[in-house]
Design a protein around this ligand. Structure first.
Ligand code: ATP
Ligand code: MG
Length: 362
């Protein structure tokens, strides 16, 4: 296994800077997730690590050794592609044997058989070994694709949105399986996805990428609870964070034409002194708004339920106060309906404030 380091890495395709001067360190045995929207540069990053693309600038290091001049075959990384590629008329066994066959690996037939059996067992595909891959379901094919990558012991395991073609239920199951696989194998995983749930549930650490730039690197907890900028705050979390234009007036944070007036704590007050009278962006996660039928707190405000979505374990409410709409997550036992009057209070201790000029956290 190995650590991965990207230093000032840049990749340009014609007019598009796909990867823009990124720095990244992945520890040995870490499950590292690169999260970003379509076109962010995720696949390009993995292709640079695998050696399938040459950088315009910067270096790729595996275990602190630059591999810029090492061919893809000799980098010893395994790649599970976004659109999985199995040999359709080969059996599962033949697909799994394939990466072990190159002459330079010098493995005997019995060594290959043993390795294939071991991987089939790990992935629960022993009963499928003699089946042609055209006759497999999506989830089974995905397991075989993963099996092909782990059948040898690569330095790093690169996975490009391996679950994106599966249905929701199977994705949930495979998320658990990949986490288990990572624990069992102790490989370094470099995993790419646009799905924040995958990133949050599986990653030891996450890097958020947009337009070829890394916007934040941190643990799922850090990314969720201390987003460094508006993009990260919006991209991670479902339902999406509420972002409101606000300004500080004496000891309060005022939203709209005094539609909401929120008290800020002593510590927040001191750190925000220099932003007094300036426009800010107030970010509040939907679960940090408490909703009740009666006015329970002095600083709660009256609002109308504008729209509700039942999610089973919780309800998502859209609340209207004048021209502001807030998303709140509430327990279903609140039993609200459209048009009801409720009282909401914002947990300001958990609020996020951003500078609208730079979009950065204050
Ligand atoms: N071979 C290429 N030639 C020209 N442009 C390319 C090439 N490969 C990628 N790009 C461009 O680089 C940018 C990043 O592409 P990349 O495939 O890395 O994004 P991605 O984050 O993997 O997106 P997705 O989530 O859709 O897979 C895009 O604007 C894309 O059009
Ligand atoms: Mg991609």
């Amino acid at each position: 296994m190995a650590s991965v380091r990207l230093a000032s890495l840049t990749k340009i395709f014609g007019q598009v800077t796909a990867i823009d001067n990124i720095d990244l360190e992945i520890d040995d045995r870490e499950f590292f997730v690169l999260l970003g929207p379509t076109g962010a540069g995720k696949t390009t990053t993995l292709r640079l690590v695998a050696g399938l693309e040459k950088p315009d600038q910067g270096e790729v290091y595996l275990d602190n050794v630059s591999v810029n001049d090492v061919s893809p075959a000799l980098r010893d990384v395994a790649f599970v592609f976004q659109y999985y590629t199995l040999y359709p008329h080969y059996t599962v066994r033949q697909n799994l044997e394939f990466p072990l066959k190159p002459k330079f690996r010098r493995l005997s037939k019995s060594e290959i058989d043993a390795k294939v059996s071991e991987v089939a067992k790990i992935l629960h595909i022993e009963s499928l070994l003699e089946r042609e891959t055209v006759n497999l379901s999506g989830g089974e094919m995905q397991r075989v694709a993963i099996g092909r990558a782990i059948v040898r012991t690569p330095k790093v395991f690169l996975m490009d949105e391996p679950l994106s073609n599966l249905d929701a239920k199977l994705r949930e199951e495979m998320r658990r399986e990949l986490t288990r696989l990572h624990l069992d194998l102790g490989f370094t995983f470099f995993y790419v996805t646009h799905d924040q749930i995958e990133a949050m549930t599986m990653g030891d650490r996450i890097a958020v990428l947009n337009q070829g730039k890394i916007l934040q690197i941190g643990t799922p907890d850090k990314i969720y609870n201390s987003p460094e900028n508006v993009f990260v705050a919006k991209f991670v979390g479902s339902p999406t964070i509420n972002l409101l234009e606000a300004s500080i007036e004496t000891n309060t944070l005022v939203v709209g034409k005094k539609t909401l007036v929120c008290t800020i704590s002593e510590t927040q007050r001191n750190s925000l002194k220099k932003y007094s009278k300036r426009e800010l962006i107030l970010g509040i996660r939907p679960e940090d708004i408490e909703v009740s039928r009666e006015k329970k707190k002095a600083d709660s405000f009256k609002c109308t339920v504008y729209f509700t979505q039942s999610m089973g374990v919780e309800d998502i409410l859209n609340l209207r106060i004048d021209d502001i709409v807030l998303r709140a997550v509430v327990p279903p036992k609140l039993l609200t309906g459209i048009g009801d009057t409720v009282y909401a209070s914002i947990n300001m201790k958990r609020s996020h404030l951003f500078d609208p000029k730079t979009n950065k956290r204050l």
